[in-house]
Design a protein around this ligand. Structure first.
Ligand SMILES: [Zn+2]
Length: 233
C-alpha cells in the first residue's frame, strides 16, 4: 500500500482522525474535514465560503486504471494548470437562456453545497442550489424555478468553476492507450484518505497485538521501520 504524494500534507494521525470524522459525514463536508486536518484552514466558515474549485485545489494528483489494460496510470498535473481559472465566490456571472432571457448568478460555495445536500433528493438539491445562486433575472412564473433554468445554471456553474470537476488526459505507459479521466478531486482525495486510514488501522492492530504498543507509539515509529516490524510479525 502506498501512502504517498497527495497526502503528504496529512500526518498519519491526522489521516486516522480525518477518516474517522469523514466516514460519518456527508460527502460535501469531507473536503472541509480534510482541509482542517491538513492545517490549511482553521475556520470551517472560512472554508465554507470558498467556491468548490478553490477548496479542492491544493491536494490534487492521482492515478487511474488504464481502461484497456488495467495498469494504474499515474496522472500528474501541475496544480497551476487547473488553478488558473477557478471561480471566484464573489463575482457575478451572466447567462443567456434558450428563450433569450438574461440572468445573473454566482458560483455555489461549499456552504451552498452543504445546504443542498440536506435536501431529500438530488433534484431538490440542484433546485435549491440554483435558486440560491440566482441573483437576477428570475421571472414571475419562475416559482419554483423551471427545470430548464436549473439545468442551464448547473451547466454554467460547472463551466465557470472547472476545478470542481477536472478532465485529465494521459497515456498508458504499458499499452499506449489514451485515457481521459474525469476527476472529482474531492471524492478522489477522500478515497485516498479512507484507504490510507484503513491500512494504518490494520498496521496498528497487528503491531499492538504483537508488541503491546499503543496507537500513539506505533504511529510515532517512522513508516519504513514500522513496515520492517510488520514483516517480522
Ligand atoms: Zn493500458
Amino acid at each position: 500500500m502506498t501512502r504517498d504524494s497527495p497526502l503528504v500534507a496529512l500526518s498519519e494521525s491526522a489521516i486516522l482522525s480525518a477518516w474517522e470524522q469523514g466516514t460519518g459525514a456527508a460527502a460535501v463536508e469531507r473536503p472541509l474535514i480534510l482541509l482542517r486536518h491538513a492545517g490549511r484552514v482553521v475556520s470551517l466558515d472560512g472554508a465554507a465560503s470558498w467556491t468548490v474549485g478553490q477548496r479542492d485545489g491544493p491536494v490534487a494528483t492521482g492515478t487511474a486504471p488504464c481502461p484497456s489494460c488495467g495498469v494504474p496510470v499515474e496522472i500528474s498535473f501541475p496544480l497551476a494548470a487547473i488553478r488558473t481559472d477557478h471561480g471566484d465566490a464573489g463575482s457575478r456571472m451572466e447567462l443567456v437562456l434558450d428563450d433569450g432571457r438574461r440572468i445573473c448568478f454566482r458560483l455555489p460555495t461549499t456552504a451552498d453545497l452543504r445546504q443542498a445536500s440536506e435536501c431529500r433528493s438530488a433534484e431538490d438539491g440542484a433546485r435549491m442550489l440554483a435558486a440560491g445562486c440566482l441573483l437576477e433575472g428570475r421571472s414571475a412564473d419562475d416559482a419554483p424555478l423551471a427545470d430548464s433554468v436549473v439545468d442551464a445554471l448547473g451547466s454554467a456553474m460547472a463551466e465557470h468553476d472547472p476545478q470542481s470537476d477536472v478532465s485529465l488526459e494521459a497515456r498508458c505507459p504499458a499499452c499506449e492507450a489514451e485515457l481521459t479521466v474525469n476527476f472529482d478531486v474531492a471524492d478522489y482525495v477522500w478515497r485516498r484518505v479512507a484507504m490510507a486510514g484503513r491500512g494504518l488501522m490494520i498496521d496498528v492492530h497487528q503491531l499492538a497485538l504483537a508488541y503491546g504498543w499503543s496507537e500513539a507509539e506505533i504511529l510515532a515509529i517512522p513508516a519504513g521501520r514500522r513496515h520492517r516490524y510488520l514483516e517480522l510479525v
